[in-house]
Design a protein around this ligand. Structure first.
Ligand SMILES: [Fe+2]
Ligand SMILES: [Fe+2]
Length: 135
């Protein structure tokens, strides 16, 4: 695969990864409704691992293409990592109110990030690839 095709595949992979993350959050919501704290910890650990590699890849793409809003987007990823770490801490400490809060916090953050920084990045990358293909 040449580099451009490889990068296009990576772009397509972004959407698939976002669906995967949305799937984790759906399962998380179901576990939260059941008040299953042990399952919530497991799922949040999976979200944490998956988000970390997803964010690294996004940041690599942003750096490679000289994305102007890289720093702000990276800061948003750091905030999510901090939020996940905080939620995991609370869940492990079995703080009952945390179980109810974590679901809405996680879902709220995810939706806001997807519609904001991620949508902007995807528009930027699509524009770059679109222009490259017209040449
Ligand atoms: Fe993303
Ligand atoms: Fe992102």
């Amino acid at each position: 695969m040449d580099r451009e095709a490889d990068d296009l595949a990576r772009l397509a992979g972004r959407a698939e990864e976002h669906r995967q993350l949305a799937g984790f959050i759906e399962r998380y919501s179901a576990a939260a409704r059941q008040g299953d704290a042990a399952q919530l910890v497991l799922l949040l650990e999976q979200v944490s691992d998956y988000a970390r590699s997803h964010h690294q890849e996004e940041e690599r793409l942003m750096a490679f293409f000289g994305y102007p809003a890289l720093q702000a987007h990276r800061d948003a990823h750091r905030k999510l990592s901090a939020l996940i770490a905080e939620l995991l801490f609370k869940l492990r400490a079995s703080e009952a109110p945390a179980v109810a809060q974590t679901e809405s916090m996680l879902r709220g953050w995810f939706n806001q990030h997807l519609r904001g920084p991620d949508a902007d990045l995807h528009a930027f990358l699509a524009e770059r690839f679109g222009n490259a293909q017209k040449k």
